[in-house]
Design a protein around this ligand. Structure first.
Ligand code: NDP
Length: 451
């Protein structure tokens, strides 16, 4: 039995819930790449899969900080450096109470293949903490970030490991982290991406993931000879960075995004959601979506508890295209059944692994155009890599230049995935196409670099 298979068996016996999402991600890849392993024994001979599923290292550390009441708080920080065969470790930091080693292993593992698909020289990593920025003052967030960086700075560097943002980590947090890194190391270098523009950030980094998802979807619909998004009803989940910029790009293309969600509930506004209001609620005031109803009482708010267990209100809204952009496993089998029954023709993952394996199975068997996260949401890391290039060259690219390059890169990823699927006899299956194309590139580099 191979190491990868042994790991899965071990996990199944242990019943360790923390690692569930990691094994879910691993199992999908193992299943997808079977035709590649069968067609070329070199990957098995070099035990690539077995080496790939074990992170290079996991760094775990204590983060103590002082809250506004003068009380000492303690959180746990992590950095999972998974694989650097293609370039320096690269992947976001997540600050959310649910963060644990298993979630970060899943995200880091996905990141290896995602970064490989971009064609850019970046390896895969992920990190974060169980710290919850929600309800904290700016001062508390700053103190936490400083403390976090006191440990993290030992393991990162522009040619070693370049973290970025993720859930709970936006420009504010990246700014504080960068400030502390600078103070400790006395260097001004591109060690983090997603920085505010005034001190080395790239234009369009905040928009990149959301815009990228929509560019990918347009390209996929064209390849699959489906109607474009213009004039179509779209549903979006989440109300953070990825969701709101997905909504923004959908509007730009003439689509009608009618929903968004946060951890407490769903907004359904059949005329199209009010994006400026959402930005004010979520980015400026950092509060709950219920606030939306004060300005638009004609819209519908469905609280999370109100909807029957097993499904989510947002996926029960009829749409042409769905964009899950909140978090992992937020789109279940029941949700997939509802989407299909309501005539949905395209699902694009803005969040990382938002669809459960059962939901994906249904989409694929019903010939729904399905864009998996590791391909569709690569826009963020693509522009992060552009930020690294700009920092290294001490230059600034215009918004138009970044946007144009992002669009081209997303279209290239889409074509690469579609072609790979065709080459391996699974035409139209973007899950297998993405896994095979992403895996093959990393695997070839690992073979060339030796054990
Ligand atoms: P944000 O923190 O900006 O927003 C996350 C949104 O999802 C919020 O609306 C939040 O609700 C909601 N959410 C988070 N956790 C849960 C949960 N357990 N249940 C229900 N809702 C939840 O994060 P991002 O927009 O940056 O990230 C969203 C997804 O996209 C993640 O999967 C992330 O890994 C992925 N991603 C992000 C990239 C980026 O560039 N930012 C790049 C590639 C992938 P609330 O407001 O109530 O907290």
């Amino acid at each position: 039995m191979s190491r990868a298979e042994t790991e899965i068996q071990k996990f199944k016996r242990s019943g360790n819930d923390e690692d569930k999402v990691f094994y879910q991600a691993m199992q999908e890849v193992i299943y997808s790449i079977a035709p590649l392993l069968e067609s070329d024994e070199i990957y098995t001979r070099h035990a690539i899969l077995d080496r790939l599923v074990v992170p290079d290292r996991i760094i775990k550390f204590k983060v103590s900080w002082l809250d506004d009441n003068g009380r000492i708080q303690v959180n746990t920080g992590y950095r999972v450096q998974f694989n650097n065969s293609l370039g320096p470790y690269k992947g976001g930091l997540r600050f959310h109470p649910s963060v644990n080693e298993g979630i970060l292993k899943f995200l880091g593992f996905e990141q290896i293949l995602k970064n490989s698909l971009t064609g850019l020289p970046i390896g895969g990593a992920k990190g974060g903490s169980d710290f919850d920025p929600k309800g904290k003052s700016d001062f508390e967030v700053m103190k936490f970030c400083s403390s976090f960086m006191v440990e993290l700075h030992k393991y990162i560097g522009p040619r070693m490991d370049v973290p970025a943002g993720d859930i709970g980590v936006g420009a504010r947090e990246i700014g504080y982290l960068f400030g502390e890194y600078k103070k400790i190391t006395s260097t001004y270098e591109g060690v983090l991406t997603g920085k505010p523009f005034m001190f080395g950030g790239s234009l369009m980094r905040p928009e990149a993931t959301g815009y990228g998802v929509v560019y990918f979807t347009q390209a996929m619909l064209e390849i699959e000879k489906k109607e474009p998004l213009k004039g179509k009803i779209c549903t979006v989940s989440g109300a953070g960075n990825v969701a709101l910029h997905t909504i923004e790009k959908l509007y730009e293309l003439g689509a009608i995004p009618v929903s968004c969600t946060d951890s407490r509930g769903t907004i359904y506004d059949s005329r199209g959601v009010d994006l400026e209001l959402l930005k004010d609620i979520k980015f400026a005031r950092r509060t709950s979506l219920e606030e939306y109803m004060k300005v638009h009482p004609e819209a519908k708010y469905i609280s999370t508890e109100e909807y029957p267990e097993g499904g989510h209100a947002v996926w029960d809204i009829p749409c042409y295209a769905a964009f899950p952009c909140a978090t992992q496993n937020e789109l279940t089998e029941v949700d997939a059944q509802n989407l299909i029954a309501n005539g949905c023709e395209s699902v694009s993952e803005g969040a990382n692994m938002p669809s459960t394996p059962e939901a994906i199975e249904l989409f694929l068997s019903h010939k729904i155009c399905f864009a998996p996260a590791k391909a569709a949401n690569a826009g963020g890391v693509v522009v992060s890599s552009f930020e690294m290039s700009q920092n290294a060259a001490m230059s600034k690219w215009s918004f138009e230049k970044v946007d144009q390059r992002l669009k081209i890169t997303m279209e290239q990823i889409c074509k690469r995935v579609a072609l790979t699927a065709k080459d391996y006899g699974v035409e139209g299956n973007y899950v297998d196409g993405a896994n095979i194309a992403g895996f093959k590139k990393v695997a070839d580099a690992m073979i060339a670099e030796g054990i």
